[in-house]
Design a protein around this ligand. Sequence first.
Ligand code: ZN
Length: 411
Amino acid sequence: MKKFLKIGTFILVSLVVFILAFVYISYNTWSPGEVKATVDPSALTYYQNSYAECRESFRKLAEEMIFKFDSVEVFPIRVNSRTDNDLTIDVCYIPAQKEKSNLLILSSGSHGVEGFVGSAVQQMVMKELLNKELVAETGVLFIHAINPYGFRNFRRVSENNIDLNRNFEVATDLFSLKNQGYSDLYGFLNPEGKANPESLKNRFFLLAALHKLVKESKKSLRQAIMQGQYQYEQGLYYGGQSFEPQVSLIAPVLKHYSGNYRKIMDIDLHSGYGELGVLHLFPDPVKDVKVKTAVEQVFAGHRIDWGDSDDFYTTYGGFSDYIGKLLPDKFYMPMVFEFGTLNSQTTIGILHSLQNMILENQGVHYGYSSDWTKEEIFMNFREMYCPSSLAWRSKAINDSRYMMETVFRNF
Ligand SMILES: [Zn+2]
């Protein structure tokens, strides 16, 4: 009897060790894979390595627009900061050259660090696509680096830890929203102490996350985390307790330049969510059937994730959605381009994405266990929003070119 008990215990312990080893290895050696696309050197010319360089390239191309088209306006909008006196949102407006029918707004960097690919797409559109015929009846308004602080410092959020894409609204009732699902997960999402990706807790992040997944479905967890929260100022996805300066800086620009146009579309450029190397069309949810149909016509033939599929989630305070509320008299179509990086449509991919965000936020607020871990956290975060893969970068530009040609043709 004793012998059987011994053997039983041995098998059980071995099984537990095996499972833990399997979880440890499969999670910690995971990678989203490689993008299968050829490297296109001409596409890579649109990428720069810092906010300052992206802005300089954007400004240079914007200045060229002045010589190419009539009545072009190019100007910076200064964003005040406690630490940096050189932060600007840059605007380039190309009016419709014959008749003001449609206005296309192309905006980047509301999530600062995502501005690298956003800026690249804006530069490509200016350099390659715009011509006299295209802008005969369609005006184009480029808004570069909505969150310049985050862009410069490789953060997603603003100087006040605020997710700008949860902060754009016309009414302030947004700030009294309560997200109980988030509160329940607070400790898991916002651990205290020095950030250390090598800690046992982080190495077994998958187990902690699976424990949450057993209690809640993947969809409701995703919703609770990503919809945004307005209570915890050091927490992830914080939407603030008041508007960030960008709201009052950009509102008059949008109102002024939308002036005589009947139809307006904004394409807000983002990265980091979705399947590696895929350009997702991921607009804020639209209730108006007419608007929905019109957006579907513009993107004819391409799949649009309306935020009601299992993979996606609804949010509040989004920039693209805000424009429609700010301009209620216009026929307004929202759109978000999301360039996928970490396969966040899979469970393991979304967990890696989330862990990268948790560690980055923890490091900013509590410091790092060492210089080396700081470097590791920073690198993982940057790779998640602007991968260094030349194939990924090439594909993002080539897919955008193809998509933007579709937009100009059908708009
Ligand atoms: Zn984003």
